[in-house]
Design a binder for this molecule. Structure first.
Ligand SMILES: [Zn+2]
Length: 411
């Protein structure tokens, strides 16, 4: 079972596969395997792909001549003959991933081994207009380029994880619709003035891209990847791929109404999941119940959980309500999608999972039907707070993986 391709991808069409299509697919698969493994061998690649060692040797020679793969020493095999190790050439290509929010941007630079080489943050203010966010993004890129000029020579592009719906228009131009933040629709290329390829996707979906690549959703066909932060997002993985719905917005769980005529949400609606489970909603509930605390972010949510653990009755009441509401909202999703895994990330989600994972799991199971409620496992996102940026970098990585054979030369 396969879903529509992501809007950023070019459909492959219905023509039968030619020999060159097959070789192209094998090249993509081999490069992907080498990057994921970090170190592997020609024999291992052959085993994994079902190709002959001779075919793999050909593919690897091409990747080495393109500067994408290197031989990284050798180890003794069980038969005593040395086996040459293959590794991605870290300097072979570079990717940028950005986590874009209304409070600023975090831009991360990755090499071809998907190791984070450098990172730059801009912002830290509240509720910025989109023009300021675009300036932050450009300044962060200026700083990264200045520190890493060699990376820019082999830069594939930047992926943006954005706080809203990202759609592609008829000309393939991507547009951001961030209704909750009050931003006007904006073409994503307007966010970056650097001469660089720009790819974009909703931040909850880029978080899921990272977890699908090498995290808690790797190899999982049916998963829910939840983002709990200031906003609430979701990516639905089905058939091993991200669901987009008709155009793009599938997974906008944060604005599903769970209380009719309930609390006002940032999107303008009432009773949305985000109006109960977003960071501001959680802290507002605590303050209104009589909680005393400083700030509005990570520290304040941590203080709430600490106060609960210390037996503070007000905090415990807020946390009990939070767990029950999250369980109810997730239980509904479990009924709708019958996942194998539920993966929770985002800075609030990770914080909750540190101390409340067992309770969240129990609450979710109790609020789902018995069958689907007993068929999923609950995990925290593997990559922590940087998952949205890493996942966004998966978009330019995907472009490199699908590049036509021989399109690069060692520089
Ligand atoms: Zn809403």
């Amino acid at each position: 079972m396969s879903l529509r391709p992501a809007p950023t991808r070019i459909p492959s069409g219905g023509a039968p596969a030619t020999v060159s299509d097959v070789r192209q697919r094998n090249r993509t698969q081999a490069l992907r395997s080498i990057i994921l493994a970090g170190q592997t061998s020609r024999a291992e690649l052959a085993r994994e792909s079902g190709l002959s060692v001779a075919s793999v040797t050909n593919l690897v020679s091409e990747l080495i001549s393109e500067g994408l793969v290197i031989e990284a020493g050798s180890v003794a095999s069980s038969g005593g003959r040395p086996v040459t190790l293959l590794a991605p050439n870290p300097a072979g290509a570079y990717f940028l991933g950005a986590d874009v929010g209304e409070r600023g941007v975090a831009v991360e630079l990755f090499d071809l081994s998907m190791t984070r080489v450098d990172t730059e943050f801009r912002g830290g203010r509240e509720g910025e207009p989109i023009e300021v966010i675009a300036t932050d993004l450009d300044e962060a890129l200026d700083a990264l380029r200045e520190r890493n000029p060699a990376a820019w020579d082999r830069m594939v592009g930047i992926g943006l994880g954005l706080p809203g719906i990202v759609e592609s228009d008829a000309d393939g131009r991507q547009v951001l619709y961030a209704q909750s933040l009050g931003w006007q629709p904006i073409p994503v290329t307007d966010l970056v003035s650097h001469d660089i390829a720009v790819f974009a996707e909703n931040g909850a979906k880029t978080q899921a891209m990272a977890e699908l690549w090498d995290g808690a959703a790797r190899g999982v066909q049916e998963a829910l990847v939840v983002l709990l932060g200031r906003g609430v997002g979701l990516a639905i993985v089905t058939g091993g791929e991200l669901a987009h719905g008709l155009v793009s917005s599938a997974g906008e769980w944060g604005h599903v109404k769970i209380v009719r005529d309930g609390l006002l949400c940032r999107c303008g609606g009432h009773g949305c999941v985000e109006a109960y489970l977003g960071a501001d909603a959680i802290l507002t509930a605590w303050r209104e119940a009589g909680g005393r605390f400083e700030g509005s972010g990570w520290r304040a949510v941590g203080e709430l959980l600490e106060a609960d653990k210390a037996g503070d009755a007000i905090a415990t009441g807020v946390v009990d309500e939070l767990v029950a509401t999250l369980g109810s909202a997730l239980g509904g999703l479990v009924n709708l999608t019958n996942p194998e895994r539920v993966v929770i990330g985002g800075w609030v989600g990770l914080r909750l999972m540190e101390s409340l994972a067992a309770r969240i799991e129990a609450a979710t199971r109790s609020q789902a039907l018995t069958r689907p409620g007993s068929q999923f496992e609950l995990f925290a996102c593997r990559f922590g707070g940087d998952t949205v940026a890493l996942g966004a970098a998966m978009m330019p990585l995907g472009v490199l993986l699908d590049e036509p054979r021989g399109s690069r030369r060692l520089s």
